[in-house]
Design a protein around this ligand. Sequence first.
Ligand SMILES: N[C@@H](CCC(=O)N[C@@H](CS)C(=O)NCC(=O)O)C(=O)O
Length: 204
Amino acid sequence: MLTLYYASGSCSLSPHIALREAGVPFELDKVDLMRAQRLDSGGTFTSVSEKGYVPALRLDTGELLTEGVAIVQYIADLRPEKQLAPPPGSFERVRLQEWLNFIATELHKGFSPLCAKQASDGYKAFARERLVSRLALLAKGVTDKPFLLGERFTVADGYAFYVLRTWTRVMKGELPGELAAYFARLSSRPAVRQALQAEGFTVP
Ligand SMILES: N[C@@H](CCC(=O)N[C@@H](CS)C(=O)NCC(=O)O)C(=O)O
């Protein structure tokens, strides 16, 4: 059985959604990032992953897989019939990776200065402005289609959901134009709702 190490509402929401979209059996083990990385199952997460950050996925082989972008593609490839990622080796797969990398590096990691005590107000304002410009690029990706790769939901959309949720709830940011409708579309998916509920959030 797969085990996902997660922290509520964090970027581990992306592989959590992917697991539910794929319909793969899995267990959750919660990491308390605020309290010495304590695990619900006992012990500490640092004894599981030397990286000390979520997400991490324990595979059936016993190996540990880290890095969200790798984990969601691994999950998608477990159930190719669900089409959560285009087939490996196809050009469309590279397009998916282009989006995943954009979300990871330009959006997800773009949040870091906004939360850092060490960052000056000036730097925070610059980082916020840059994020807004990157979100506009994400919005362009869904102006003429329901999901980033077209008509079908992929793991890139699950990762985008985490980013948009954080932007609106934690950063109190606005979602321009297409992104509001895209976020609503993602929020209404059963897998997304179930993942949020399982992480302890009330879902309207
Ligand atoms: N490179 C990692 C970064 C994951 C990451 O930023 N995880 C955050 C939660 S969203 C975390 O666990 N932070 C705690 C820490 O860095 O100690 C990935 O892309 O999966």
